[in-house]
Design a protein around this ligand. Structure first.
Ligand code: FAD
Length: 518
């Protein structure tokens, strides 16, 4: 039975209180024993990924009850909603990250990539790259004979000779493969960049998914201005170089276009005034509208705001090919460009597609995410859970957002903390009742509590669609921008991040963005 909005809020309040008590116990009383307080060996919980799912889990999981191992190629949590700001220099990269061991120092972390889950043997197969930092690179992944890794956006960059930074960064000197047995495994590996096999997109576009992506964009924007500023650059070449194209009219594309506009009017105008007449920003969207998650009235306001900011928004424009200097559209138009940021969609990680293929029950659903039941258990794989962008529920598909992923991670940690029989039958959705006795005996199915949608649209304006049960409040403008900032500051995962982000905003407001190019 569906709970009411207020019922959900009440449940979350109780959960938060319980989590806080657990946190205090962990901080002050936990001694690091490897047996549970009952004297039995602890079941092993393996969490794949350090994103919203993994981070929410490690914050809440009771390490007195589980031996927790986290496996991820990234040893930190990243607050992605801040990426467009950090790509343009408002927020520093480290301000929107938290090392996973800082979130919970009592877990075991392996910096590796999960390449497979053997559900019969209950083991996760892992692969770690051993790197030598700082030396001039002479090798590459192919030199050590490594098969290609999952298509994360970092791997997309490995394909990009044009933007390679190999010469001064890492040398991969080996690959280590190992297996980690589990009692329970949580797959929270998120999604990968999806270029829809558009020829030239992987090689020529920038992406906005991880910190290295944002770092490259930040450098490239300034590099382009510097190149355009050289005395021998022709006017025609300047116009091409300074044409910034964003592909994708979803929240990421729109927020990036808005941030780029702010950079141009607040900082580029000070340092590259002579070049501004050559600058052009274009947003390409294959559908007929932008920000489709929002109500139509808000979509129209966002479109108008972008047009007022002199951003050329082209809806119904599908990109079919990208070369080093030109973008080809389905309607025959050719757009010369200097920098193209691809924010047009996400697809499944290779681990997820492999896992779907290896589980007969999953192949029948013909989905690109792992299909889970109401308790986030992967159908057809005992002891395996999935949450976040890589999972979907057939009854109630949810949007691929940080809000959903974070709530699912927290839900799973609480489900495990309360020690339900997770391999047995949990009451079906129809048998579920909401009494205190049942709260203690049965695991409630996961239910998403929506706090609404927020998006920055440039010119110090934002949009908000706040959902409260059946009521929806729609806001846009400068006041909403203040709400947007306050919400993002509060939603940071630690006090350290809240303080760092607030200082970054103050710093940028006083001194402007730092345009040093590293
Ligand atoms: P992620 O947070 O992506 O984490 C996946 C983790 O898995 C990472 O640590 C990764 O390193 C790891 N991993 C990947 N492959 C493997 C492997 N093979 N083995 C082990 N680990 C692996 N959502 C909102 O709700 N609001 C917003 O404003 C918003 N803005 C966004 C802005 C940008 C630029 C982007 C890119 C996304 C934004 N989103 C937003 C979406 C949100 O970030 C995702 O929905 C959310 O990150 C999903 O969380 P997750 O835990 O499933 O995956």
């Amino acid at each position: 039975r569906r709970r009411t909005y207020l019922g959900l809020v009440w449940d979350r309040t109780l959960d938060t209180f319980e989590d806080a008590l657990l946190h205090l116990r962990r901080q002050f009383f936990w001694q690091g024993e490897f047996l549970s307080s009952s004297g039995r060996p602890k079941p092993r919980l393996v969490i794949l990924g350090t994103g919203w799912v993994g981070h929410a889990m490690v914050k809440i999981i009771d390490i007195d009850k589980y031996e927790v191992i986290v496996i991820s190629p990234r040893n930190y949590f990243l607050f992605q909603p801040m990426l467009p700001s950090s790509a343009l220099g408002i927020v520093e990269f480290r301000s929107c990250c938290e090392p996973i061991l800082r979130a919970n120092p009592f877990i075991i972390y392996y910096e590796a990539e999960a390449v497979g889950v053997d559900i019969q043997r209950r083991v996760v197969k892992c692969r770690a790259k051993v790197r030598r930092r700082g030396a001039l690179s002479v090798g590459s992944e192919s030199d050590v004979g490594a098969p290609s890794l999952a298509e994360t956006s970092q791997d997309v960059h490995a394909l990009q000779p044009r933007f390679s930074t190999k010469s001064n960064t890492d040398e991969i000197i080996g690959i280590r493969e190992f297996e980690v047995p589990y009692t329970y495994c949580v797959v929270g590996v998120g999604s990968a960049v999806n270029t829809f096999n558009t020829p030239g997109a992987k090689e020529n576009c920038f992406f906005l998914k991880e910190i290295p992506d944002a770092r490259k964009i930040r450098s490239e924007v300034v590099r382009i201005f510097e190149e355009a500023n050289l005395p021998e650059t022709s006017d025609e070449e300047r116009s091409r170089l300074l044409h910034f194209v964003v592909v994708g009219g979803g929240p990421t594309g729109v927020e990036f276009a808005g941030e780029l506009h702010d950079f141009l009017v607040e900082d580029a105008v000070k340092y590259y005034k002579k070049l501004l007449k050559y600058v052009q920003v274009t947003l390409l969207q294959s559908g007929q509208s932008i920000l489709t998650q929002f109500d139509k009235s808000l979509q129209d306001r966002a479109l108008q705001n972008l047009r007022d900011a002199e951003i050329n928004v082209r809806t119904g424009s599908r990109v079919v090919r990208i070369t080093e200097t030109e973008i080809y559209l389905q309607d025959g138009a050719v757009i010369p460009y200097g920098m193209c940021v691809w924010a047009a969609g996400v697809g499944p990680q290779k681990l997820v597609t492999d896992l779907i293929e290896s589980i007969p029950a999953q192949t029948t659903f013909k989905k690109r995410q792992l299909v889970v039941d109401d308790w986030l258990r992967v159908i057809g794989a005992e002891g395996v859970f999935a949450a976040g962008d890589c999972a979907t529920n057939l009854h109630e598909p949810l949007p691929a957002t940080a809000q959903v992923a974070g709530q699912q991670g927290a839900y799973l940690a609480r489900l495990l903390n309360r020690e339900y029989c997770l391999d047995c039958d949990i009451p079906e959705r129809t048998e579920y009742t909401r009494t205190w006795i049942d709260r203690a005996r049965f695991a409630k199915p996961f239910q998403f509590l929506s706090f609404g949608l927020l998006a920055y649209i440039g010119r110090e304006r934002a949009m908000a669609q706040i959902e409260m049960g059946d009521t929806s409040v729609k806001l846009s403008g400068t006041l909403t921008y203040l709400i947007w900032r306050s919400v993002y500051a509060v939603k940071q995962v630690s006090m350290r991040n809240r303080i760092l982000i607030t200082f970054d905003w103050i710093k940028a407001a006083i001194f402007g963005r730092d345009i040093s190019q590293f």
